[in-house]
Ligand binder design. Structure first.
Ligand code: PSZ
Length: 289
């Protein structure tokens, strides 16, 4: 049997149902996290919980559990579901109330759900890289909140998928922001460059791990806005996310980057990232490097 977490209780996954008037269902009025599991252990769990609480607070939702309680419940869920490699999906909504744009008053309790998904590392793509398209970033101006409202992201990803590509790199006019579900990095004159973490992008946890790895390993790094022209002229391009880790981008809009092979700095960071996983979660069986 598979289990899910619903409002603090671990129950049969098939019994975990939400009300039609849950505000997450009707308005996307909630926030979420995806946490990567390697060897049955949660990678960067503190960072994910911190961002979860922060996202919730930023829309006025108070999660009715402490971070410690959350991590203990997730730990129990992992064990009960016997998850070795995969993800935990967790979301909290403002709760169940008669449909009204105005926030409900009174004792409406947030709905908190978590469940697990089995999934291996995308080793083939990590080795050979992926293709991307470009698309105008049509999303709202609070992309720093990990909101359930993902229509802008979905439309971008769908467009990429229809063109046989893995990711859509979004830009606001001339400025590259982020992927539909990833952060974007370029290498220029040996320097790693990625958009600063402000309201226009999600402050990726993988991004922050990569930035720290750069600093510790004397790879020059800059958090700043970069242009479409800089993207086009980049020596290397890669993207990052919880499930994609450090993913080489080898082609954008049909134009190959570096003759279509992952670059040396990207590969170095992939190796360092695997070491970081092993530090937190134990030895990996299948590796890129
Ligand atoms: O399973 C998947 O495809 C996942 S799991 C997490 C993501 C995709 N993406 C998170 C994300 C995002 O949605 C946007 C818009 N920007 C950046 C990221 C990367 O964030 P982290 O590194 O925290 O996963």
């Amino acid at each position: 049997m598979e289990f899910a977490l619903l409002n603090g209780e671990i129950i049969d996954r098939s019994e975990a149902k939400v009300d039609v008037e849950d505000r997450g269902y009707q308005f996307g009025d909630g926030v979420y996290e995806v946490i990567r599991i390697y060897n049955g252990k949660m990678f960067t769990i503190d960072e994910h919980l911190e961002r979860f609480v922060k996202s919730a607070e930023s829309i006025g939702i108070t999660i009715p559990f402490t971070s410690l309680q959350l991590s203990e419940m997730l730990e129990e869920l992992l064990i009960k579901n016997n998850l070795e490699t995969g993800n935990i999906y967790m979301q909290v909504t403002r709760g169940i109330a008669p449909r009204n744009h105005v926030f409900p008053t009174g004792n409406v309790v947030p709905t908190l759900v978590a469940y697990t998904i089995k999934g291996v590392r995308p080793l083939e793509s990590l080795k050979s890289g992926v293709k991307a398209i470009l698309t105008e970033d049509i999303r709202w101006l609070r992309c720093d909140i990990k909101s359930l409202n993902l229509l802008g992201n979905l439309l971008a990803k769908q467009k990429a998928s229809e063109q046989g590509c893995f990711e859509a790199i979004q830009h606001r006019g001339d400025d590259v922001t982020e992927g539909s579900s990833s952060n974007i990095f370029i290498v220029k004159n040996g320097m790693v460059i990625t958009h600063e973490s402000n309201n226009l992008i999600l402050k990726g946890i993988t991004k922050d791990v990569i930035l720290e790895l750069c600093i510790k390993n004397n790879i020059q790094v800059q958090e700043r806005t970069f242009s479409l022209a800089e993207l086009e002229e980049a020596e290397e391009v890669f993207l990052s996310s919880t499930t994609s880790e450090v993913m080489p981008v080898i082609e954008i809009e049909g134009k190959k980057i570096r003759a279509g092979v992952p670059g040396p700095i990207t590969q170095k960071l992939q190796g360092l990232f695997e070491k970081e996983i092993e530090k937190q979660c134990g030895l990996l069986v299948n590796k890129v490097y």
